[in-house]
Design a protein around this ligand. Structure first.
Ligand code: ADP
Ligand code: ADP
Ligand code: MG
Length: 443
Protein backbone atom coordinates (compact mmCIF):
# COMPACT_ATOMS: atom_id res chain seq x y z
CA UNK A 1 0.00 0.00 0.00
CA UNK A 2 1.07 3.56 -0.61
CA UNK A 3 -0.18 6.83 0.79
CA UNK A 4 -0.53 9.77 -1.56
CA UNK A 5 -1.65 12.37 0.95
CA UNK A 6 -1.44 12.72 4.72
CA UNK A 7 -3.04 15.17 7.10
CA UNK A 8 -0.91 16.40 9.99
CA UNK A 9 -3.02 17.00 13.07
CA UNK A 10 -0.45 19.13 14.86
CA UNK A 11 1.49 22.38 14.73
CA UNK A 12 4.90 24.00 15.11
CA UNK A 13 8.20 22.20 14.78
CA UNK A 14 6.79 18.67 14.82
CA UNK A 15 4.36 19.48 12.00
CA UNK A 16 7.29 20.81 9.94
CA UNK A 17 9.36 17.77 10.74
CA UNK A 18 6.58 15.42 9.60
CA UNK A 19 6.12 17.46 6.40
CA UNK A 20 9.83 16.98 5.69
CA UNK A 21 9.58 13.19 5.89
CA UNK A 22 6.39 13.22 3.80
CA UNK A 23 8.24 15.18 1.10
CA UNK A 24 11.07 12.67 1.18
CA UNK A 25 8.64 9.77 0.84
CA UNK A 26 6.67 11.42 -1.96
CA UNK A 27 3.59 11.92 0.23
CA UNK A 28 1.72 15.20 -0.09
CA UNK A 29 0.82 16.77 3.23
CA UNK A 30 -2.14 18.77 4.50
CA UNK A 31 -1.82 21.06 7.52
CA UNK A 32 -4.65 22.08 9.79
CA UNK A 33 -4.13 25.21 11.82
CA UNK A 34 -5.83 27.46 14.31
CA UNK A 35 -6.37 31.15 13.55
CA UNK A 36 -3.50 32.18 15.83
CA UNK A 37 -1.09 29.95 13.90
CA UNK A 38 -1.90 31.16 10.38
CA UNK A 39 1.49 32.90 9.96
CA UNK A 40 3.68 30.06 11.18
CA UNK A 41 6.06 28.31 8.78
CA UNK A 42 4.40 24.88 8.99
CA UNK A 43 1.21 26.36 7.47
CA UNK A 44 3.14 27.88 4.57
CA UNK A 45 5.02 24.72 3.75
CA UNK A 46 1.98 22.81 2.54
CA UNK A 47 -0.98 23.69 0.48
CA UNK A 48 -3.80 24.21 0.61
CA UNK A 49 -3.90 24.41 4.40
CA UNK A 50 -7.13 24.00 6.26
CA UNK A 51 -8.18 26.47 8.93
CA UNK A 52 -9.46 24.88 12.09
CA UNK A 53 -10.54 26.13 15.49
CA UNK A 54 -8.49 23.71 17.50
CA UNK A 55 -6.06 20.83 17.28
CA UNK A 56 -8.33 18.80 19.52
CA UNK A 57 -11.45 19.05 17.39
CA UNK A 58 -11.83 15.46 16.18
CA UNK A 59 -14.81 16.10 13.91
CA UNK A 60 -13.19 19.05 12.15
CA UNK A 61 -9.90 17.22 11.67
CA UNK A 62 -11.64 14.17 10.21
CA UNK A 63 -13.69 16.47 7.98
CA UNK A 64 -10.57 18.28 6.81
CA UNK A 65 -8.93 14.96 5.96
CA UNK A 66 -12.00 13.94 3.95
CA UNK A 67 -12.29 17.25 2.11
CA UNK A 68 -8.64 17.22 1.13
CA UNK A 69 -8.74 13.51 0.26
CA UNK A 70 -6.00 12.62 2.69
CA UNK A 71 -5.65 8.89 3.28
CA UNK A 72 -3.65 9.05 6.51
CA UNK A 73 -3.37 11.19 9.63
CA UNK A 74 -0.21 11.82 11.63
CA UNK A 75 -1.00 13.09 15.14
CA UNK A 76 2.52 14.27 16.13
CA UNK A 77 2.85 14.53 19.92
CA UNK A 78 0.57 16.09 22.52
CA UNK A 79 -2.97 16.95 21.30
CA UNK A 80 -4.70 13.85 19.86
CA UNK A 81 -1.60 11.66 19.62
CA UNK A 82 -2.57 9.42 22.52
CA UNK A 83 -6.32 9.61 22.07
CA UNK A 84 -7.75 6.12 21.50
CA UNK A 85 -11.12 7.53 20.44
CA UNK A 86 -9.46 9.58 17.70
CA UNK A 87 -7.45 6.61 16.41
CA UNK A 88 -10.67 4.58 16.39
CA UNK A 89 -12.52 7.30 14.48
CA UNK A 90 -9.72 7.42 11.90
CA UNK A 91 -10.00 3.71 11.31
CA UNK A 92 -13.81 3.89 11.03
CA UNK A 93 -13.43 6.71 8.49
CA UNK A 94 -10.91 4.68 6.52
CA UNK A 95 -8.03 6.97 7.42
CA UNK A 96 -4.72 5.37 8.31
CA UNK A 97 -3.73 6.54 11.80
CA UNK A 98 0.07 6.80 12.00
CA UNK A 99 0.56 5.18 15.38
CA UNK A 100 -0.41 2.13 17.37
CA UNK A 101 -3.81 0.48 17.60
CA UNK A 102 -6.55 2.13 19.70
CA UNK A 103 -6.36 -0.52 22.42
CA UNK A 104 -2.67 0.20 23.03
CA UNK A 105 -3.37 3.92 23.23
CA UNK A 106 -6.06 3.16 25.74
CA UNK A 107 -4.07 0.75 27.91
CA UNK A 108 -0.89 2.80 28.02
CA UNK A 109 -2.87 6.04 28.36
CA UNK A 110 -3.78 4.84 31.83
CA UNK A 111 -0.73 4.72 34.08
CA UNK A 112 -2.58 2.34 36.41
CA UNK A 113 -3.36 -0.10 33.60
CA UNK A 114 0.14 0.24 32.14
CA UNK A 115 1.69 -0.63 35.52
CA UNK A 116 -0.56 -3.67 35.81
CA UNK A 117 0.35 -5.00 32.38
CA UNK A 118 4.08 -4.36 32.84
CA UNK A 119 4.05 -6.16 36.19
CA UNK A 120 2.36 -9.07 34.43
CA UNK A 121 5.19 -9.04 31.90
CA UNK A 122 7.80 -9.23 34.66
CA UNK A 123 9.04 -5.69 34.04
CA UNK A 124 10.04 -3.98 37.31
CA UNK A 125 7.63 -1.11 38.04
CA UNK A 126 7.98 1.70 40.61
CA UNK A 127 6.91 0.21 43.98
CA UNK A 128 3.28 1.16 44.54
CA UNK A 129 -0.20 0.10 43.60
CA UNK A 130 -2.31 -0.41 40.51
CA UNK A 131 -5.41 0.79 42.24
CA UNK A 132 -7.44 3.94 41.88
CA UNK A 133 -7.60 5.71 45.25
CA UNK A 134 -11.18 6.56 46.20
CA UNK A 135 -10.78 8.35 49.51
CA UNK A 136 -8.21 10.10 51.64
CA UNK A 137 -8.49 7.27 54.20
CA UNK A 138 -7.58 4.74 51.54
CA UNK A 139 -4.70 6.95 50.36
CA UNK A 140 -3.37 7.16 53.94
CA UNK A 141 -3.40 3.41 54.39
CA UNK A 142 -1.75 2.78 51.01
CA UNK A 143 0.94 5.35 51.86
CA UNK A 144 1.65 3.41 55.06
CA UNK A 145 2.22 0.25 53.05
CA UNK A 146 4.43 1.93 50.43
CA UNK A 147 6.24 4.09 53.00
CA UNK A 148 6.82 7.86 52.71
CA UNK A 149 7.85 9.73 50.65
CA UNK A 150 5.19 8.84 48.10
CA UNK A 151 4.00 10.27 44.81
CA UNK A 152 0.34 10.87 44.17
CA UNK A 153 -0.29 10.71 40.45
CA UNK A 154 -3.02 11.25 37.91
CA UNK A 155 -3.47 8.01 35.99
CA UNK A 156 -4.22 9.91 32.79
CA UNK A 157 -1.52 12.54 33.39
CA UNK A 158 1.09 13.78 30.93
CA UNK A 159 3.50 16.63 30.32
CA UNK A 160 4.65 16.47 33.96
CA UNK A 161 1.22 17.66 35.12
CA UNK A 162 -0.86 15.95 37.77
CA UNK A 163 1.71 14.52 40.16
CA UNK A 164 2.56 15.50 43.69
CA UNK A 165 5.41 14.31 45.90
CA UNK A 166 4.31 13.78 49.49
CA UNK A 167 6.44 13.36 52.63
CA UNK A 168 3.98 13.03 55.49
CA UNK A 169 0.40 11.98 56.24
CA UNK A 170 -0.41 15.64 56.95
CA UNK A 171 0.74 16.60 53.46
CA UNK A 172 -1.25 13.76 51.99
CA UNK A 173 -4.42 14.86 53.75
CA UNK A 174 -3.98 18.33 52.28
CA UNK A 175 -3.03 17.25 48.76
CA UNK A 176 -5.44 14.40 48.06
CA UNK A 177 -8.57 16.28 47.02
CA UNK A 178 -6.71 18.94 45.03
CA UNK A 179 -4.63 16.40 43.08
CA UNK A 180 -7.80 14.53 42.20
CA UNK A 181 -9.51 17.74 41.23
CA UNK A 182 -6.60 18.78 39.01
CA UNK A 183 -6.50 15.36 37.35
CA UNK A 184 -10.13 15.63 36.54
CA UNK A 185 -9.98 19.17 35.18
CA UNK A 186 -6.80 18.69 33.12
CA UNK A 187 -7.32 15.19 31.83
CA UNK A 188 -11.04 14.59 32.20
CA UNK A 189 -10.27 11.65 34.47
CA UNK A 190 -9.96 12.02 38.24
CA UNK A 191 -8.29 8.64 38.76
CA UNK A 192 -5.26 8.98 41.03
CA UNK A 193 -2.91 6.29 42.31
CA UNK A 194 0.19 6.13 44.45
CA UNK A 195 3.75 5.02 43.98
CA UNK A 196 7.02 5.43 45.84
CA UNK A 197 8.64 8.83 45.37
CA UNK A 198 12.10 7.98 44.16
CA UNK A 199 14.41 10.70 45.43
CA UNK A 200 17.12 12.15 43.20
CA UNK A 201 16.30 9.78 40.36
CA UNK A 202 17.38 9.57 36.77
CA UNK A 203 14.94 9.29 33.91
CA UNK A 204 16.16 6.95 31.18
CA UNK A 205 13.89 5.73 28.42
CA UNK A 206 14.08 3.19 25.62
CA UNK A 207 12.98 3.85 22.05
CA UNK A 208 11.14 0.78 20.80
CA UNK A 209 9.38 -0.28 17.64
CA UNK A 210 7.36 -3.29 16.58
CA UNK A 211 6.17 -4.36 13.14
CA UNK A 212 2.96 -6.08 12.01
CA UNK A 213 4.54 -9.49 12.62
CA UNK A 214 5.28 -8.60 16.23
CA UNK A 215 9.01 -8.34 15.60
CA UNK A 216 10.19 -5.95 18.32
CA UNK A 217 13.42 -3.95 18.32
CA UNK A 218 14.92 -1.12 20.34
CA UNK A 219 16.81 1.94 19.11
CA UNK A 220 18.78 2.23 22.35
CA UNK A 221 18.13 4.61 25.23
CA UNK A 222 17.81 8.33 25.91
CA UNK A 223 18.89 10.05 29.08
CA UNK A 224 16.24 12.64 30.03
CA UNK A 225 17.10 13.61 33.60
CA UNK A 226 17.51 17.35 33.05
CA UNK A 227 13.99 18.47 33.86
CA UNK A 228 11.97 21.30 35.28
CA UNK A 229 8.41 20.85 36.53
CA UNK A 230 8.84 17.09 35.82
CA UNK A 231 9.27 17.87 32.14
CA UNK A 232 12.41 17.32 30.13
CA UNK A 233 14.60 20.17 28.84
CA UNK A 234 17.93 18.56 27.92
CA UNK A 235 18.26 15.02 26.63
CA UNK A 236 21.16 12.94 25.40
CA UNK A 237 21.96 9.56 23.97
CA UNK A 238 23.61 7.31 24.98
CA UNK A 239 23.08 7.78 28.71
CA UNK A 240 26.37 8.59 30.47
CA UNK A 241 25.05 6.72 33.51
CA UNK A 242 24.67 3.19 32.16
CA UNK A 243 27.32 0.49 32.14
CA UNK A 244 26.98 -2.17 29.44
CA UNK A 245 25.39 -4.74 31.76
CA UNK A 246 22.74 -2.38 33.14
CA UNK A 247 22.06 -1.02 29.66
CA UNK A 248 21.39 -4.54 28.37
CA UNK A 249 19.09 -5.30 31.29
CA UNK A 250 17.15 -2.10 30.66
CA UNK A 251 16.81 -2.71 26.92
CA UNK A 252 15.70 -6.30 27.57
CA UNK A 253 13.06 -5.17 30.08
CA UNK A 254 11.69 -2.64 27.59
CA UNK A 255 11.42 -5.26 24.84
CA UNK A 256 9.76 -7.74 27.22
CA UNK A 257 7.07 -5.19 28.11
CA UNK A 258 6.41 -4.27 24.49
CA UNK A 259 6.12 -7.91 23.41
CA UNK A 260 3.81 -8.72 26.28
CA UNK A 261 1.20 -6.17 25.26
CA UNK A 262 1.46 -6.97 21.55
CA UNK A 263 2.31 -3.36 20.77
CA UNK A 264 2.71 -2.15 17.17
CA UNK A 265 4.55 0.86 15.70
CA UNK A 266 7.01 3.21 17.41
CA UNK A 267 6.88 3.90 21.15
CA UNK A 268 8.90 4.72 24.24
CA UNK A 269 9.25 2.82 27.48
CA UNK A 270 10.12 5.29 30.25
CA UNK A 271 12.05 4.15 33.32
CA UNK A 272 13.27 5.77 36.49
CA UNK A 273 16.54 4.82 38.18
CA UNK A 274 17.05 5.12 41.93
CA UNK A 275 20.38 6.13 43.42
CA UNK A 276 21.40 2.49 43.84
CA UNK A 277 21.03 1.90 40.12
CA UNK A 278 17.78 -0.10 40.25
CA UNK A 279 15.36 0.77 37.51
CA UNK A 280 11.57 0.78 37.39
CA UNK A 281 8.99 1.23 34.66
CA UNK A 282 7.34 4.65 34.81
CA UNK A 283 5.03 4.76 31.80
CA UNK A 284 4.88 4.06 28.09
CA UNK A 285 4.41 6.82 25.53
CA UNK A 286 2.62 5.52 22.46
CA UNK A 287 3.83 8.25 20.10
CA UNK A 288 6.90 10.13 19.02
CA UNK A 289 8.66 11.77 21.98
CA UNK A 290 9.85 15.34 21.79
CA UNK A 291 13.43 14.10 22.22
CA UNK A 292 13.45 11.46 19.46
CA UNK A 293 16.10 13.42 17.43
CA UNK A 294 18.96 12.28 19.72
CA UNK A 295 18.10 8.74 18.66
CA UNK A 296 17.85 9.70 14.99
CA UNK A 297 21.26 11.36 15.12
CA UNK A 298 23.11 8.50 16.81
CA UNK A 299 21.33 5.57 15.16
CA UNK A 300 20.96 7.11 11.72
CA UNK A 301 17.22 6.48 11.35
CA UNK A 302 14.22 8.60 10.43
CA UNK A 303 11.70 7.71 13.13
CA UNK A 304 8.83 9.56 11.45
CA UNK A 305 9.47 7.48 8.35
CA UNK A 306 9.44 4.32 10.45
CA UNK A 307 6.12 5.31 11.98
CA UNK A 308 4.66 5.61 8.49
CA UNK A 309 6.30 2.45 7.16
CA UNK A 310 5.17 0.40 10.15
CA UNK A 311 1.61 1.71 9.80
CA UNK A 312 1.79 0.53 6.18
CA UNK A 313 2.80 -2.96 7.28
CA UNK A 314 6.50 -2.95 6.46
CA UNK A 315 9.05 -5.09 8.30
CA UNK A 316 11.62 -3.83 10.78
CA UNK A 317 15.28 -4.78 10.41
CA UNK A 318 16.89 -7.30 12.74
CA UNK A 319 18.15 -5.93 16.04
CA UNK A 320 21.74 -6.69 15.06
CA UNK A 321 21.48 -4.31 12.10
CA UNK A 322 20.59 -1.38 14.37
CA UNK A 323 23.72 0.28 15.70
CA UNK A 324 24.53 3.45 17.53
CA UNK A 325 27.50 5.75 16.91
CA UNK A 326 28.79 8.79 18.73
CA UNK A 327 26.76 10.98 21.01
CA UNK A 328 23.88 13.44 20.59
CA UNK A 329 22.44 16.14 22.85
CA UNK A 330 19.14 18.01 22.51
CA UNK A 331 18.18 21.29 24.17
CA UNK A 332 14.56 22.37 24.15
CA UNK A 333 14.25 26.11 23.74
CA UNK A 334 11.18 27.41 25.51
CA UNK A 335 9.54 30.81 25.56
CA UNK A 336 9.60 30.95 29.32
CA UNK A 337 11.07 32.88 32.20
CA UNK A 338 14.10 30.87 33.39
CA UNK A 339 13.62 32.15 36.95
CA UNK A 340 10.20 30.66 37.53
CA UNK A 341 9.52 28.60 34.38
CA UNK A 342 6.37 30.53 33.59
CA UNK A 343 5.52 30.81 29.86
CA UNK A 344 6.58 34.02 28.14
CA UNK A 345 4.51 34.21 24.97
CA UNK A 346 4.83 37.10 22.54
CA UNK A 347 6.46 38.28 19.35
CA UNK A 348 9.92 37.08 18.35
CA UNK A 349 11.32 40.45 17.32
CA UNK A 350 14.71 39.14 16.35
CA UNK A 351 15.99 35.62 15.81
CA UNK A 352 19.63 34.77 15.18
CA UNK A 353 20.52 31.13 14.65
CA UNK A 354 23.77 29.20 14.30
CA UNK A 355 24.72 28.77 10.65
CA UNK A 356 26.23 25.32 11.08
CA UNK A 357 27.17 22.68 13.62
CA UNK A 358 23.66 21.90 14.87
CA UNK A 359 20.33 20.50 13.77
CA UNK A 360 17.59 23.03 14.40
CA UNK A 361 14.02 21.75 14.59
CA UNK A 362 11.93 24.83 15.10
CA UNK A 363 8.39 26.00 14.63
CA UNK A 364 8.88 29.74 14.48
CA UNK A 365 10.62 32.42 12.45
CA UNK A 366 11.57 35.99 13.20
CA UNK A 367 8.42 38.11 13.42
CA UNK A 368 6.19 35.19 14.47
CA UNK A 369 4.27 35.23 17.72
CA UNK A 370 4.53 32.44 20.26
CA UNK A 371 0.86 32.14 21.23
CA UNK A 372 -0.17 31.73 24.86
CA UNK A 373 -2.50 28.82 24.09
CA UNK A 374 -0.10 25.95 23.55
CA UNK A 375 3.11 24.45 24.87
CA UNK A 376 5.65 27.32 24.75
CA UNK A 377 8.42 25.31 23.08
CA UNK A 378 10.01 27.40 20.30
CA UNK A 379 12.19 24.66 18.95
CA UNK A 380 14.96 22.19 19.62
CA UNK A 381 18.68 22.34 19.00
CA UNK A 382 20.41 19.01 18.46
CA UNK A 383 24.14 18.42 18.19
CA UNK A 384 26.12 15.32 17.34
CA UNK A 385 29.72 14.46 18.16
CA UNK A 386 32.05 11.48 18.06
CA UNK A 387 31.87 11.51 21.84
CA UNK A 388 29.93 13.26 24.62
CA UNK A 389 32.44 16.07 25.05
CA UNK A 390 32.29 16.96 21.37
CA UNK A 391 28.48 16.93 21.29
CA UNK A 392 28.33 19.16 24.38
CA UNK A 393 30.96 21.51 23.01
CA UNK A 394 28.98 21.93 19.78
CA UNK A 395 25.82 22.53 21.79
CA UNK A 396 27.46 25.27 23.83
CA UNK A 397 28.61 26.95 20.62
CA UNK A 398 25.15 26.60 19.04
CA UNK A 399 23.41 28.06 22.09
CA UNK A 400 25.85 30.96 22.29
CA UNK A 401 25.12 31.76 18.64
CA UNK A 402 21.35 31.71 19.23
CA UNK A 403 19.79 35.06 20.07
CA UNK A 404 16.07 35.52 20.63
CA UNK A 405 14.72 38.99 21.30
CA UNK A 406 11.24 40.14 22.25
CA UNK A 407 10.35 37.31 24.62
CA UNK A 408 12.03 35.61 27.55
CA UNK A 409 13.61 32.25 26.85
CA UNK A 410 15.41 29.55 28.80
CA UNK A 411 18.61 29.89 26.68
CA UNK A 412 20.77 31.09 29.55
CA UNK A 413 19.53 28.36 31.85
CA UNK A 414 20.38 25.73 29.23
CA UNK A 415 23.94 27.07 28.99
CA UNK A 416 24.27 27.15 32.77
CA UNK A 417 23.07 23.57 33.01
CA UNK A 418 25.61 22.41 30.41
CA UNK A 419 28.35 24.20 32.36
CA UNK A 420 27.46 22.68 35.72
CA UNK A 421 29.96 20.20 37.17
CA UNK A 422 27.17 17.62 37.56
CA UNK A 423 26.22 17.73 33.90
CA UNK A 424 29.81 17.74 32.75
CA UNK A 425 30.62 14.66 34.81
CA UNK A 426 27.45 12.90 33.63
CA UNK A 427 26.48 12.31 37.28
CA UNK A 428 23.31 14.35 37.44
CA UNK A 429 19.75 13.63 38.55
CA UNK A 430 16.32 15.14 37.83
CA UNK A 431 17.10 17.70 40.56
CA UNK A 432 19.92 19.31 38.56
CA UNK A 433 18.05 22.52 37.81
CA UNK A 434 16.75 22.99 41.36
CA UNK A 435 17.92 26.28 42.67
CA UNK A 436 20.00 26.94 39.58
CA UNK A 437 19.48 30.66 39.25
CA UNK A 438 20.00 32.63 36.15
CA UNK A 439 22.70 35.23 36.83
CA UNK A 440 22.62 36.84 33.37
CA UNK A 441 18.86 37.30 33.18
CA UNK A 442 16.63 36.32 30.25
CA UNK A 443 18.51 36.47 26.99
P1 ADP B 1 8.01 13.77 26.08
O1 ADP B 1 7.78 12.66 27.06
O2 ADP B 1 8.03 13.39 24.67
O3 ADP B 1 9.11 14.66 26.50
P2 ADP B 1 6.25 15.79 26.99
O4 ADP B 1 5.77 15.29 28.29
O5 ADP B 1 7.22 16.90 26.98
O6 ADP B 1 6.71 14.58 26.13
O7 ADP B 1 4.99 16.20 26.13
C1 ADP B 1 5.05 16.41 24.75
C2 ADP B 1 4.03 17.42 24.38
O8 ADP B 1 2.75 16.92 24.64
C3 ADP B 1 4.11 18.70 25.13
O9 ADP B 1 3.66 19.69 24.24
C4 ADP B 1 3.16 18.50 26.30
O10 ADP B 1 2.68 19.72 26.78
C5 ADP B 1 2.09 17.69 25.63
N1 ADP B 1 1.43 16.67 26.47
C6 ADP B 1 1.95 15.50 26.85
N2 ADP B 1 1.05 14.76 27.52
C7 ADP B 1 -0.08 15.49 27.55
C8 ADP B 1 -1.38 15.27 28.07
N3 ADP B 1 -1.73 14.15 28.69
N4 ADP B 1 -2.30 16.24 27.91
C9 ADP B 1 -1.96 17.36 27.27
N5 ADP B 1 -0.77 17.62 26.73
C10 ADP B 1 0.17 16.70 26.87
P1 ADP C 1 4.27 12.25 32.51
O1 ADP C 1 3.18 11.41 31.95
O2 ADP C 1 3.82 13.57 32.97
O3 ADP C 1 5.46 12.29 31.61
P2 ADP C 1 5.85 10.45 34.18
O4 ADP C 1 5.30 9.39 35.07
O5 ADP C 1 6.53 10.01 32.94
O6 ADP C 1 4.69 11.47 33.85
O7 ADP C 1 6.85 11.33 35.02
C1 ADP C 1 7.43 12.51 34.56
C2 ADP C 1 8.62 12.86 35.44
O8 ADP C 1 8.21 13.06 36.80
C3 ADP C 1 9.68 11.80 35.52
O9 ADP C 1 10.60 11.87 34.45
C4 ADP C 1 10.32 12.08 36.86
O10 ADP C 1 11.27 13.11 36.78
C5 ADP C 1 9.16 12.53 37.70
N1 ADP C 1 8.57 11.38 38.42
C6 ADP C 1 7.53 10.66 38.03
N2 ADP C 1 7.25 9.67 38.91
C7 ADP C 1 8.20 9.76 39.87
C8 ADP C 1 8.46 9.03 41.06
N3 ADP C 1 7.72 7.99 41.43
N4 ADP C 1 9.51 9.43 41.82
C9 ADP C 1 10.27 10.49 41.45
N5 ADP C 1 10.07 11.20 40.36
C10 ADP C 1 9.04 10.86 39.55
MG1 MG D 1 6.55 10.62 30.97
Amino acid sequence: MRIKKMLIANRGEIARRIIRTCNKMGIRSVAVYSETDADLPFVKEVGPPHADKSYLNVDRIIQAAKETQAEAVHPGFGFLSENAGFAQRCSEEDLLFIGPRPEHLEWMGSKVEARRRMKEAGVPVVPGQEKSLESVEEALSVAKIIGYPVMLKASAGGGGIGMQGIRTSEELKKAFASTRQRASSYFGDGTVFMEKWIEKPRHIEVQVASDHKGHVVHFFERECSVQRRNQKVIEESPSPFLNPATRQKLLDAALRGVRHIGYRNVGTMEFIFDKDGHFYFLEMNTRLQVEYPVTEETVGVDLVEWQIRLALGEDLPEQGEIRQWGHAVECRIYAEDPQNFLPSPGRIDKLTLPKKGARLDRGFEEGNRVPPFYDPMIGKTITYGNDREEAIHKMKTALSETKIEGIKTNLSLLSDALDSPEFKSGRYTTRLLDGMTNPVGGK
